[in-house]
Design a protein around this ligand. Structure first.
Ligand code: ST9
Ligand code: ZN
Ligand code: ZN
Length: 337
């Protein structure tokens, strides 16, 4: 199904969708400080991440040395499904409302999202909306100006900056809990996440094809979880550091092919921060290193996804010519004029 966005759908504010904050909105109002505050380290998280990252390589080793072929296929399926639970689910559907989904697809994405264990959909989407609204300020939960490590994983190991919580309150998230899938996932998150992220990936290979339980746990639960986590985190770190700014040179988000590859199309981050309502999170879409756009297009073909929002070519072109860094593949940008 073709995206059905028309020029006239775009609000005067530049948004397509009322919940969609404009990037850099934080520059309006009182200036934010970017001071480094005393880190309030949450040791529980530090220790759990160290254990996870120490055991994940064992799971990868088992894939080459010990697992059954069916386990390897299941591992790949889990990476894909949990990845889509983040990209097509938490990110493009719930956080940005860049398309609509019928309840069977929302239920499936809710299940996939719980396998991914990246906080419940409400919390993930709230942090993400706050990231877009207050990018690169103290109120950005993973402020990239605080360096690679902080934006990658460090922000999950310290108490949030007071500005995140204070300014985050201005971001409307009421729509999220109105969806029963988001509501009940949040209500029963801990048992659901233990079941979906750890028990289901371990028990399935043992029960259905007789895999060793320890091997299944290390590969399909731990290694798979760790890989998808790091793929996601690279969008916050690498895709805010290394790459060109063809759409807006005033923001840190970049276009990064490696991250787009590892994160199913989420590395086209300069475009995404410039036009956050586009379901493709990129200008070029499904066949340009964008597994997630392919997935959403397929769901639209099945009739499960609809109202896919996109950005007309002319709007992209005008923006490239106004704020790009000159690296756009078709239109260059202001520096070429
Ligand atoms: C994880 C998330 O990994 C990763 C997200 C990445 C996002 C990437 C986006 C890029 C695009 C998509 C890419 C997809 C790629 C996929 C690739 C696939 C291959 N606004 O948090 P608390 C208030 S999770 C407004 O406890 P602390 C609120 O009242 C990994 N208010 O703060 C809240 O209470 P409640 C696993 C806010 O105590 C209260 O403050 N999970 C906001 O400072 C307390 O909140 C973990 O590791 C806000 N934004 O603790 C757990 N935030 O919630 C990590 C807070 O009841 N988290 N409030 O309303 C924690 O342990 C804690 O949150 C903490 C901070 C220690 C980090
Ligand atoms: Zn970003
Ligand atoms: Zn986003």
């Amino acid at each position: 199904m073709a995206p059905n966005t028309k020029d006239t759908d775009i609000l005067p504010t530049g948004r397509l969708y009322e919940f969609e904050p404009l990037p850099q909105e934080s520059s309006v109002g009182a200036p934010l400080t970017d001071k480094i505050y005393d880190k309030d380290i949450v040791w529980r998280n530090v220790i759990l991440f160290i254990i996870l990252h120490s055991m994940a390589p064992l799971g990868i080793y088992y894939i080459f040395a010990r697992t059954m072929a069916a386990t390897n296929l299941f591992f790949v399926a889990l990476v894909l499904c949990s990845g889509f639970g983040i990209t097509a689910g938490a990110h493009r559907l719930w956080a940005h409302r860049s398309y609509k989904a019928k309840w069977p697809l929302r239920l499936l994405l809710g299940f996939f999202n719980t396998i991914a264990f990246q906080n419940d959909i409400h919390e993930w989407s709230r942090d993400h909306r706050v990231h877009h609204k207050f990018s690169e300020t103290d109120a950005d939960p993973h402020n990239a100006r605080r360096g690679f490590f902080f934006s990658h994983v460090g922000w999950l190991c310290v108490k949030k900056h007071q500005e995140v919580i204070a300014r985050g309150k201005s971001v409307d998230c009421n729509d999220l809990l109105a969806d029963p899938i988001v509501y009940y996932q949040r209500m029963f998150y801990l048992p659901l996440v233990l079941l979906c992220c750890f028990v289901f990936p371990t028990v399935t290979p043992v029960y259905f094809w007789g895999e060793d339980a320890w091997v299944a746990f290390c590969t399909c639960a731990l290694a798979r979880y760790c890989l998808v986590l790091n793929g996601t985190w690279l969008v916050n770190s690498a895709a805010h550091i290394w790459g060109p700014h063809p759409y807006d040179k005033n923001i840190s988000a970049v276009e990064n092919l490696s991250v787009a590859t590892l994160a199913f199309g989420e590395g086209w981050h300069n475009y995404h921060h410039t036009f956050p309502w586009d379901y493709k999170t990129s200008e070029l879409g499904a066949y340009h290193v964008n597994f997630t756009a392919l997935f959403i297009d397929f769901m639209a073909f099945l009739g499960l996804a609809y109202d896919l929002k996109s950005v007309p070519d002319e709007v992209v072109k005008q923006r490239v010519l106004r704020t790009g860094d000159g690296s756009h593949y078709r239109w260059g940008g202001p520096v070429n004029d």
